[in-house]
Design a protein around this ligand. Structure first.
Ligand code: SF4
Ligand code: SF4
Length: 353
């Protein structure tokens, strides 16, 4: 397994992971309190917090704000793009906003809406932490929106260095900025806090671990599926709806690399197994009755013998085509069953039996 680069940052990586896992567990247990504390302290510093249940709601809020502040241009970071609905840039352009690009740089007018992502939100101080590309996006905006999942909250600033170390290596430290309110009196700093179905995970003792995730992507960096195939990363599939045919969770080899790499010790391997079980049950429920009939028929020799090989293949193809995949053809059924062949080879007649 490729070792995660963050291990080099710690003299005792195992202890660091234990500590991080403990802090995340405590944070998730008091999530509501920490989120409220963040709202109170962030608002005191001149920031504005909007709560949204889904990313579609977040999109509606962004459009509302763009109209309200009569903004002319917008900037959207790659991370925010990956979370928000793909229709957002088109909707903003329909409102008359121009996307900022090399061809269309930021003008003096500065009526810019900048949308990026917050890496962490510190509850006790009300500060938002931005990292990487969000640093360039934030300063440009007259209205700067930071999208943040509810799991981005951490109780205190003293925990921050530990968590930031999981995103970097000694050779490649992570640049970050702590925002303690808007940069100027004319700038608006807005955090859109998105639930995104995370509170639904809280009652389940296994799934609630996912709320501890800090989005460090270390699990992605060590996943052999992610390294070798351009398919949806299996860990992402844990939160994909169950009724998706050919669910990406089937591509996981269950090697366990992601569990070993996760700095907050989320048991991803077990979650993937559970998810595979859920997906399988959801898919098989639809075919439960047909499968029962097929099984009953095939176990009754007299009935099975009367069904020809072509019909058996047709039924089998219908029942297993989605899990079988496109590459392998379904094998032919012989015109005679094993029972019939056995009788022929051994020269038995039905009457003898
Ligand atoms: S267990 Fe699955 S998701 Fe995790 S690293 Fe292995 S293949 Fe990837
Ligand atoms: S699940 Fe993956 S992204 Fe989340 S904390 Fe663990 S390693 Fe990082």
């Amino acid at each position: 397994m490729t070792k995660p680069a963050y291990l080099e940052n710690f003299s005792n990586p195992s202890l660091a992971r234990k500590r991080a896992s403990y802090i995340r567990e405590i944070t998730v247990s008091n999530l509501e309190k920490h989120l409220k504390d963040f709202e109170t302290n962030f608002s005191k510093k001149g920031g504005h917090l909007i709560w949204c249940a889904t990313y579609d709601d977040a999109q509606n809020e962004i459009i509302r704000l763009a109209e309200k502040f009569s903004l002319k241009k917008f900037n959207l970071s790659a991370k925010a793009t990956s979370k928000l609905p793909q229709s957002l840039p088109g909707k903003l352009e329909n409102l008359g906003l121009e996307i900022i690009s090399k061809k269309n740089p930021i003008s003096e007018e500065k009526r810019v809406l900048s949308i990026s992502e917050a890496a962490f939100l510190i509850a006790e101080s009300g500060n938002a932490i931005i990292t990487g590309e969000a640093l360039n996006f934030f300063a440009a905006g007259q209205a700067s929106i930071l999208i943040a999942d509810i799991n981005k909250v951490i109780p205190s600033g003293k925990d921050l260095p530990l968590f930031l170390d999981f995103f970097s290596s000694p050779e490649k430290p992570l640049p970050f900025q702590m925002l303690s309110g808007p940069l100027s009196p004319t700038q608006r700093l807005i955090v859109i806090l998105v639930d995104g179905g995370k509170t639904d995970l809280l009652p389940d003792p296994l799934k609630r671990q996912l709320v501890s995730c800090i989005d460090c992507m270390q699990c992605v960096s060590v996943c052999p599926i992610n390294l070798t195939e351009q398919i949806q990363f299996p860990v992402k599939s844990i939160t994909t709806p169950d009724n998706v045919i050919q669910h990406p969770v089937y591509s996981c080899t269950l090697c366990g690399n992601c569990t070993l790499a996760c700095p907050v010790k989320i048991d991803l391997q077990t979650l993937l197994i559970m998810k595979r079980k859920d997906v399988f049950s959801a898919e098989s429920k639809k075919k439960h009755v047909l499968t029962k009939i097929f099984r009953f028929t095939m176990l009754k020799t007299n009935i099975a013998n009367r069904i020809g090989g072509k019909l058996k293949k047709l039924l089998l193809r219908y029942l297993i085509k989605e899990t079988w995949g496109k590459r392998g053809g379904i094998p032919d059924s012989t015109p005679r069953s094993f029972n019939q062949l056995w009788k022929v080879v051994n020269n038995y007649s039905t009457k003898k039996l």
